[in-house]
Design a protein around this ligand. Structure first.
Ligand code: NAD
Length: 357
């Protein structure tokens, strides 16, 4: 029996998570498994009910579960609140509390969706990249940080990029282990020609690389990597990088694939894991049954693979998604003239029907 905490959140989060839960039910029935799911509120929904983006009780439930499935949080209703009580704080609290230091974002171009990409067919066809982003360190968390008054009456804003050996080692280990299950190539991205923190990053990643002689390691400066991702994305297998570089490069890699509605993610620690689509709560289409649920459904496939080690079932879900797209079904974000546009709930049903074990 597997315990899953389901946190739909706000906006389309509720709709896409509903479809992902249908997929979990179908997987459980074809494989004779039991997924014990519990649902709780986070983000704006939790602010409205409890006054905070996430309660201590929900954090405890997350800790007590084998995996967390999240939709998305946020929306215009809560945009005027102070940063400390905004819906997005729920995500930071979950990452911190569950020790989720590795963010995995696959960017795979589905053969049926090549023409949805803004890049040329010959550039994106066959792209299969996994970005492994460090999630709990670096400049987003480093101190000192702040905005201070200067003597001349002006102001100075500052943040600190900081990485310890241990933080680099554990994310590098994850990247190499993942590469072993793929095409055995790791590119580590840094700015070692300018930043001391990157100098350490490169040295430590190289050290870990020696333990994986079967995996090819190379290093790229972040500016070159940004360029190579557009020039020749097929050269990449696993990219491992810092929190901020990963934030930017994973969005860039994601857009090779066409729509944000297709992109799943996993955030892993040593003992816990959280799975969520890359997209936000999409207030512009929320409540209209128009969202693409595939990113969340593929996040369930990642959960089956990484937390439950149910590789066959992960492949079965991915095959069902591919099948539906091959048959020409599209949600609005993927719509091409000749294709059949279906609502979010129908897309979920079509995928569920095609899951076979
Ligand atoms: P967004 O990802 O919500 O939307 C960007 C665009 O993509 C919109 O046009 C939207 O309609 C479209 N889109 C997003 N998901 C889609 C889907 N599943 N199917 C079809 N189209 C989809 O980003 P945003 O507009 O910048 O942010 C909206 C809210 O979401 C904000 O409050 C933001 O803070 C929040 N947000 C939350 C997360 C998260 O929970 N992890 C991530 C990003 C943004």
């Amino acid at each position: 029996m597997y315990k899953i905490l389901v946190l739909p959140g706000d906006g389309v989060g509720r709709e896409v998570v509903g479809e992902a839960e249908k997929v979990l039910k179908k997987v459980a029935s074809v494989a004779h498994l039991v997924f014990e799911t519990k649902e709780a509120e986070v983000g704006g929904a939790s602010i409205d009910r409890n006054g905070v983006p996430i309660t201590a009780d929900v954090l405890k439930q997350a800790k007590d579960s084998d995996a967390v499935l999240l939709g998305a949080v946020g929306g215009p209703k809560w945009d005027q609140l102070a940063y400390a009580v905004r819906p997005e704080q729920a995500l930071l609290a979950l990452r911190k509390e569950l020790g989720l230091y590795a963010n995995l974002r696959p960017a795979t171009v589905d053969p049926s969706l090549i023409d949805v990409s803004t890049l040329k067919r010959e550039i994106v066809e066959g792209v299969d990249i996994l970005v492994v982003r460090e999630l709990t360190g670096g400049i987003y968390f480093g101190t000192p940080k702040g905005i201070e008054k200067t003597r001349d009456g002006s102001e100075r804003g500052f943040n600190t990029e900081t990485y310890s050996t241990h933080e680099i080692e554990r994310i590098a280990l994850k990247a190499f282990e993942l590469a072993r299950k793929r095409r055995r190539k790791v590119v580590s991205v840094d700015k070692a020609n300018i930043l001391e923190s990157s100098e350490l990053w490169r040295r430590v990643v190289s050290g870990i690389g020696k333990r994986f002689p079967d995996v090819q390691l190379s290093h790229l400066y972040v500016d070159n990597c940004a360029m190579q991702l557009i020039r020749n994305p097929k050269q990449f297998d696993v990219i491992v990088t810092t929190n901020m570089f990963g934030d930017i490069l994973s969005d860039e890699a994601a857009m090779l694939t066409g729509s944000i509605g297709m992109l799943p993610s996993a955030s892993l620690g040593d003992t816990h894991a959280l799975y969520e689509p890359v997209h936000g709560s999409a207030p512009d289409i929320a409540g209209k049954d128009q969202a693409n649920p595939i990113a969340t459904i593929l996040s369930v496939a990642m959960m089956l693979r990484y937390t439950f080690q149910l590789h066959d079932l992960a492949l079965a879900v991915e095959a069902a998604v591919r099948g539906v797209l091959k048959e020409g079904f599209r949600t609005q974000d993927l719509a091409e003239d000749s294709k059949q546009t279906v609502p979010c709930s129908k897309m979920g049903d079509l995928i569920v029907e095609r899951i076979k074990h």
